[in-house]
Design a protein around this ligand. Structure first.
Ligand code: LLP
Length: 463
């Protein structure tokens, strides 16, 4: 369909259906630096570039859909976290946000540690040369096989999540003639202001051992008695995509309270606390995330103040940002396939991916932004919904967004801030092939996770 033949679809304000919409942006060609990776800009010809390469070239070389990751930005963010926390604290990148061997190498080079939560993540980390003592192993139901491997290779810490696991890890370590460094994950009873499925410190959920009712104190009591374990500290993770620091403040207060009780009961001052990850990023221009140095300052001050009040030596702090490092560094590049204006409602713009490469909108009602990136346009804004190619009406990538009214099949659009929890949560629904991750830097692009092929699919199908 030619561009001019395409009906522009519903316009803005006067025909907005019921719902919550920001006003259409004054300039649809502008790219808000808050939501786009650091090296993204629009070239003089109107085509968006990242890492010195324009998106049309990237689409030609690598196809669409594709996750395009700005390596310079990734390294800068990793370094900013590392620098902000200095030498008295450790930063563990949360691999669940996105993990590949290239990413492991970048983290290693930038001086970060790594949090893994499955045998697969551990294998990826080890195969890319992350030293085992810089790895933390998480999870609420680690298998005996996973624990054995982690202890054998000598991971720096295992975060214990249940009473069963305390005994299990101690037993495995002892049978291997080792003493495993462990932290005990507690739930502090904080309701983080985020989506129910990604809040983790209130009591009615599966992670950690509640402080309430003395359960966490009992877990520490038991762990301290077991020869196979060296208890190095307490861990708390309150949730994800959090902007408000007050949850961390309450968590730090309660964790330090536990450290004090442990000192009073056992005469032991545990040397470390981990405050988890969960710091929010900007998915749309409405989000205002904090900088790593502000977060580091706030967390360090809270812990120091609480420890002074409790007359404890300040423990070494660690944090586990995932989304805040990788999230903003990537965008998903799609090609527009079909455009369906629905009178009085909105225009459905179908792209060549969907819920298989970004499940977050369907799962958490997440909000994203989107821009036309292969050209500029002066057309009127139209209210659009960007949807995928899956056989499901909930297959929505961007629920409400304004795109130029002359958008046409063949145009490239990009959804920013898809570096975290998109490729790592991607699926093969409808046997759609998972997109590649392409790293760009200094005018060069490099596939770090290749596109899935039909051969990959058929290789697993051995019936
Ligand atoms: N540490 C622990 C123990 C965690 O469970 C998590 C995330 C993190 C650190 C990293 O959190 P981050 O800084 O990336 O927010 N799939 C969801 C998020 C699930 C988070 C699970 N745990 C999403 O797409 O929003």
């Amino acid at each position: 369909m030619s561009r001019s033949a395409h009906p522009a679809g519903p316009r803005h304000a006067d025909v907005l259906p019921e719902g919550h919409y920001a006003a259409p942006p004054t300039d649809l060609n502008a790219l808000d630096g808050k939501v786009w990776a650091q090296t993204v800009s629009r070239g003089g010809d109107g085509v968006v570039t990242v890492g010195g390469i324009d998106v049309k070239t990237l689409a030609e070389q690598h196809g669409t859909p594709a996750y395009i990751l700005d390596e310079t930005d990734f390294r800068a963010r990793a370094r900013a976290w590392r620098t902000a926390f200095g030498h008295d604290a450790d930063v563990f990148y949360a691999g669940k946000a996105f993990l590949s061997r290239a990413v492991v190498r970048w983290l290693h080079e930038e001086g970060l540690n790594l949090d893994v939560c499955s045998g697969g993540e551990l294998a990826t980390a080890l195969s890319a040369g992350m030293p085992a003592d810089r790895i933390a192993f998480h999870g609420n139901n680690k298998s005996v096989g996973e624990i054995t491997r982690a202890v054998e290779v000598g991971v720096g810490r295992i975060v214990l999540d249940s009473f069963q696991e305390i005994v299990r890890v101690a037993h495995i370590a002892q049978s291997l003639g080792k003493r495993q460094r462990v932290q005990i994950r507690v739930t502090v009873g904080v309701e983080a202001h985020t989506h129910e499925f990604i809040a983790t410190a209130h009591e009615d959920q599966k992670f950690g051992i509640p402080l309430a009712g003395g359960q966490a104190a009992e877990a520490v009591r038991r762990a301290l008695q077991l020869d196979g374990l060296e208890v190095i500290g307490i861990h708390s993770h309150i949730g994800s995509q959090i902007f408000d620091m007050s949850g961390f403040e309450v968590a730090a207060h309660r964790v330090v309270g536990l450290l004090k009780d442990i000192r009073d009961e056992h005469g032991v001052e545990l040397p470390e606390i981990d405050l988890g990850g969960g710091l929010g990023i900007a998915y749309t221009s409405d989000d205002d995330p904090r900088e790593p140095h502000e977060i580091a300052k706030a967390l360090t001050e809270i812990v120091t103040r609480e420890c002074e009040a409790a007359k404890l030596r300040t423990p070494r702090i660690s944090v586990e940002p995932g989304r805040a490092i990788v999230g903003p560094t990537a965008f998903t590049l799609y090609e527009v396939g079909t455009i369906k204006p629905l009178d009085g409602l909105r225009t459905y713009v179908s792209v060549d991916g969907g819920m298989s490469d970004n499940i977050r909108t369907a799962l958490y009602d997440a909000e994203y932004s989107v821009a036309l990136v292969s050209r500029t346009s002066d057309a009127e804004p139209m209210l659009a919904r960007v949807v995928g190619k899956h056989c499901e009406s909930g297959d929505i990538v961007v629920k409400d967004a304004f795109l130029p009214g002359d958008l046409a099949p063949g145009d490239l659009v990009a959804v920013p801030a898809t570096g975290a929890y998109c490729r790592s949560m991607a699926s093969n629904y409808n046997h759609v092939l998972r997109p590649p991750v392409v790293a760009v830097r200094d005018g060069e692009s490099r596939v770090i996770v290749r596109r899935e092929t039909e051969e990959d699919l058929l290789r697993l199908d051995v019936g």
